[in-house]
Write a protein that binds this ligand. Sequence first.
Ligand code: GAL
Length: 701
Amino acid sequence: MKISRLPLPLCLAAAVIFSGHAHGATGAQLSPTNPSPAASTSAPPALYLGTAWYPEQWPESRWNTDLDLMEAAHIRFVRIGEFAWSRLEPSEGQYHLDWMFRAIRAAERHHIAVVIGTPSAAPPAWLTSKYPETLRVKQDGRLDQHGNRQQFNWADPKYRQLVYAMDLQEARRFGHDPNVIGWQIDNEYAALSYGPIARAQFQNWLHARYQNLDNLNTRWTTAYWSQTYTAWSQVPIETNYGNPGLLLSWKRFASDTWRSYQWNQLSALRPNISHQQFITTNMMGFFDGYDAYTVTRDLDRASWDDYVGTGQLDPVYNGAEHDLTRGFLRKNFWVMETQPGFVNWSPDNNSLDKGEVRAMAWHDIGHGADAVSYWQWRSALNGQEEYHGTLLGADGTPVPLYSEVAQVGREFAQAGPALAGTTVHSQVAILHSYESYWAIDWQRHNKAFNPIATMVSYYGAIRSLAHSVDIVSPDVDLSQYKLVIAPALNLITDKQAANLISYVHNGGHLVLTQRSGMKNIDNGLQTERQPGPLVPLLGGRVEQYYALDSTIPVSGVWGSGDTHVWAELLSTSSPDTHVLMRYGKTPLGWLNDQPAAITRKVGQGSITYIGADLEGSTLNNAASWMMQEAGVHPEFGTLPAGVDLYIRSDARHEVWILINFGQATQTVNLPSAFQNLLSSGSQHSVTLKRLDVAVLQRPIP
Ligand code: GAL
């Protein structure tokens, strides 16, 4: 889901006798404690193709037909149950899990594993009418109501208690089920509550963080506009034009509260499930409602829901979202939901082109996904999402896209063994900080300054040269990277500053861009000019920033171009800090001939600051310069226009995935002989039509 997509598309006890069935049904007596051995006998695939299946919406007599069709498409897992609370607990304390057990067994007979979604994103009507305090209070002060989803209050203790009890039942019943491979907690955490419960917790949270009001008042400079607090209970919730310290604290509180909301469910699951079952939750790309690094920290696996919405796949923007997700836990991830052609929640719900869904699936794998799952298998016959893309039509038979997805499934089975255990290895990292993103977004100063767009522009330029890029938090150990780019790292905590400084002292190459190092941990101004605590290391600083209403030329070692949105006047204070780019003359006057980008070598490392917008050739030249300075030598040079390369490897071999997103047919000459994993044979070049994919393997050279 993209940021623009907000708000959400609101986006036996006794033995069971199975009837005879084409897929190895034995008619044997099975019980919850004695499930069928089928799952344990079929090896788990390296790449999982999946779909979201809602057995509770259909008569059981239909299930096998669905599962037959899934199996024929090489679907290897289903996610079930994440909105099924009213079927799992039809009235308080009455748990009905047998149907789910039967669905898991039916899937198992088709060699389809199961991920169970805990149902907390959609509480049943009896619950919210009996315990209205569990309903969230919307920002306008009104109570949400039953009829949509995500109507719960994520901070409410009673809600957590009811969710815990529900999860416990599921965990005890399915925690050691051999056909259950994992759990998804809730579904797309997003909606907050702004009522008295959340507000009191926020105030307690502030108390714990700031210890005393003097400290809070000082750090938020509440003397400004008479905002001084004399009791914790006076502190309001602000989400838009409030004190920057207050705004940031609310986001941190929201993130911590999602983490504790999730922890409540983890404590129902973890002690009761096998360690072979993973626990994840489905995140949403650049969704910025909370700090995803905080929220994913306690999970086994990161996953996300990858939707294009309107238009076609933008491989750069979408690739950045994949790399962001891979960076949450710094390992491979799952695409838990993706669109079967089109969605229903966009202004224009156009379909992806023929072949684009397949290209998108391989794009996911190239970025480190080990599973791709389509939302959803078949539309419910009523409900809010009747128009959404599916793999079956309302008549229960395949739609045209089904065969393309089946092809993906075939290919995953073919290429999977070579991709098993491989991941993306990057020499370059881009830093992403939710706190910096929020800090800028609350005070853009120029409405055209979009911090995500800034980050993605650097990401795109560097990815096209390096072919692999990690996106990580500024809090992680950066020593594995030769080059670290921090686009618009507006807020730098003392710990982060120390991390960056030691990275450079240890030979790393750090590039900071516009607006970096302006704010401190409380979203207050640093008492040094930008980049704040990094000024001494840089031997230079930002004398002044300018939001632009007209274009300013820039030129220097990266060629000539224009800056449109933002310009920072830089200065050098150290003799070994060099000017790389300067502004040209304009009526604004202040920037005439002044430094626009500066750099300084520090031992084996370096620090560079870029104060101008870079785009087109200046951005590409800057990216090549960075690669050269940092000694990043990609395995492959320039690719033909429109073609992208993704490399996954392990100690044995490399797998190259080439996808042509351009219009023209292109040929890529490979540096050595590669084995084609989707056809057969060895080859030195591949020719790709639009949206064609090649998956190639070679031993580590
Ligand atoms: C996701 C959500 C799914 C479904 C899908 C439609 O945000 O998790 O339940 O609504 O959107 O695109």
